[in-house]
Design a protein around this ligand. Structure first.
Ligand code: SAM
Length: 188
């Protein structure tokens, strides 16, 4: 299934645009993990960032070919296999994606993501928590508790940690219970 093909999302995330407005940094390097239809990548490019976008999906890759900007690079790879370099990025965004990493790899990959952010840099993450309906059925995905996430982010100043518990449709139209963390944090 391709999320990028099925998604009806047409505008980039509000929290991200508020964050960019508040940090007032209009150049720098951004990483978009699980970039999907590339809306956040395009938004970050539009405000002046260089963007590395990562997604395993061939549809995202084909969308990436429509972006003709030297400041943009697309990596068609699993996040687990991406070559995270220490302190490379000013901002790391990953929306509705990190739960797709398996429990065996989650902590290691999460720590590599945090390591790739410069000190003082910002991250905006959203992913699924332990009360999500898929936590019961999707054994290969990761649904951490809030306590666990706070522990993984212990070297960050938490700016926002909002939990959404709601019933709503998937991109396929099935109705399910969602438990989603929305996080904005600054690396100390
Ligand atoms: C729910 S979509 C979110 C897309 C986008 N961030 C957004 O908010 O619109 C999840 C995306 O992550 C990608 N994805 C899932 N698991 C991945 C993995 N292990 N490595 C890289 N990309 C992955 C999917 O192909 C999909 O594009």
């Amino acid at each position: 299934m391709s999320f990028a093909k099925l998604t009806t999302k047409e505008t980039s995330n509000m929290i991200l645009s508020e964050l960019i407005k508040s940090i007032n940094l209009t150049s720098g390097k951004a990483l978009d993990l699980g970039a999907g239809s590339l809306l956040e990548s395009k938004f970050l490019l539009s405000v002046g960032y260089s963007v590395d976008a990562v997604d395993v999906d061939t549809v995202s890759e084909s969308f990436s070919r429509e972006i003709h900007d030297d400041k943009f690079k697309f990596f068609k790879t699993k996040i687990e296999d991406f070559d995270f370099k220490d302190e490379e990025y000013d901002i790391v965004v990953s929306l509705l994606t990190l739960s797709f990493i398996s429990p065996d790899n989650f902590d290691k990959v999460f720590n590599a993501i945090c390591g790739s952010l410069k000190r003082g840099g910002y991250t905006h993450l959203s992913f699924f928590g332990d009360r999500d309906a898929w936590a019961v059925t999707q054994q290969k995905m990761t649904f951490p508790t809030r306590e666990k996430v706070e522990n993984l982010l212990k070297d960050f100043k938490i700016i926002q940690f909002r939990e959404e518990d709601k019933i709503g449709p998937t991109v396929r139209g099935d109705i399910k219970k969602w438990h989603i963390y929305n996080i904005v944090a600054q690396k100390l």
